[in-house]
Design a protein around this ligand. Structure first.
Ligand code: F6R
Length: 355
């Protein structure tokens, strides 16, 4: 047994590092998704908003990722463009026919507040989602729909289920595929997977612990694929940054076949570990490309592992892979001896900008 296994299988040792209990929060993804979706379904969206010209989701970091999730899930089926705006400004086309959804778990993110204020000034159909904060206060003074989330998650990135559920439930009021049935099924799948990957399941037979151990000491590179696995690869990268406090990089097939693939060689690959996120719905040519590109990576000496999404449809595939990444990044934090919950660099920067 190596040191990693000893640490992850020792509840006292785990609790001594995971001081705010990030691992238990990670395991609630299914429940959050279920509850968030119900909250979104109850949002009082005016029937006249059903038809619109575009959806723009604005937010940052752990909140913005739900915009990427919505685009990854519904982008191909949506009759209207779905855009994700991560910054202070909105695209010039935003106007009275555009649905703008401002998402901020804390409700206090300055970029999101600026974009939301801009949306309401331009007369967009403004939806805001937060667990309180300035966004909720601002929404009281503007025309629009505000969706209030439970404030019990320790960090915005640990509220992904609430945020994603709420936006998907709210968007169900618009002309988009209704995901009510799929959300319930996906949430049950997430409960089962959490039971398989949680801390009291030994490292032997626990894929999440095994992957975290395998990553120790190397920089993770996450490969997704076009559409559904792009937000998942980005989420893995962000969670590895914020939970495990390591640099990490992501990209997607087929785009990476046109650039990144040239960068790997025995000389450059040594310090990296590649995780390839696979799912059964890949375009057939993407699946072929994945196989060939992984062959090239292996020839370049890049140590790689494939992880295959579980479940029967896009929603289950997407969230099951997200849940695995959430567990892996939290276990990696523990193996590195860092508390996964606080993000001192990020909060310090916000503080300096506030002064
Ligand atoms: C913190 C996190 C961050 C925040 C971001 C925006 O856990 O993941 O990326 O999500 O700083 O804050 P919110 O989500 O409150 O708008």
């Amino acid at each position: 047994m190596n040191m990693g296994q000893a640490t992850l299988d020792d509840p006292v040792g785990v609790a001594a590092v995971d001081l705010s209990g990030m691992l238990s929060t990670v395991a609630t993804l299914g429940d959050q998704l279920r509850r968030g979706f119900e909250i979104g379904q109850r949002a009082q969206v005016p029937p006249a908003w059903r038809r619109h010209s575009a959806i723009v989701v604005c937010g940052m970091g752990g909140s913005a990722i739900v915009g990427d999730v919505v685009r990854g899930l519904l982008g191909d089926a949506s009759p209207y463009p779905i855009i994700v705006a991560k910054g202070y400004t909105l695209p010039a086309f935003c106007g009275p026919d555009t649905t703008v959804v401002a998402v901020s778990y804390s409700g206090n993110t300055e970029e999101t507040l600026a974009a939301y204020a801009d949306a309401t000034e331009r007369g967009c159909r403004a939806v805001s989602i937060s667990a309180g904060g300035l966004l909720q206060e601002l929404a009281r003074t503007r025309v629009g729909v505000h969706v209030v989330l439970p404030a019990d998650a320790p960090m915005p990135r640990a509220a992904l289920g609430y945020l994603a559920g709420a936006i998907l439930g709210t968007l169900g009021h618009l002309e988009l595929p209704d995901l009510a049935g799929e959300v319930g099924v996906a949430a049950r799948r997430l409960d089962e997977l959490a039971a398989r990957w949680k801390p009291d399941r030994p490292a032997e037979g626990n894929e999440a612990k095994a992957l975290a151990e395998w990553l120790v000491g190397r920089t993770p590179v996450i490969w997704g694929s076009e559409g559904l696995m792009e937000p998942v690869a980005l989420r893995w990268k962000n969670q590895l940054n914020e939970n495990a406090k390591v640099p990490a990089f992501w990209s997607a097939i087929p785009e990476l076949d046109h650039n990144e693939v040239e960068g790997w060689s025995p000389e450059t690959a040594k310090e990296f570990a590649l995780i390839a996120l696979r799912h059964p719905g890949e375009h057939p040519r993407v699946a072929e490309r994945f196989a060939l590109t992984l062959e090239l990576a292996s020839a370049a000496g890049l140590d790689a592992r494939e992880v295959r999404a579980e479940g029967h449809g896009p929603l289950e595939w997407l969230f099951s892979q997200i849940l695995l990444g959430d567990f892996v990044s939290t276990y990696l934090a523990i193996l590195r001896g860092v508390d996964p919950t606080p993000v001192p660099a990020l909060t310090g920067l916000k503080e300096r900008l506030r002064r």
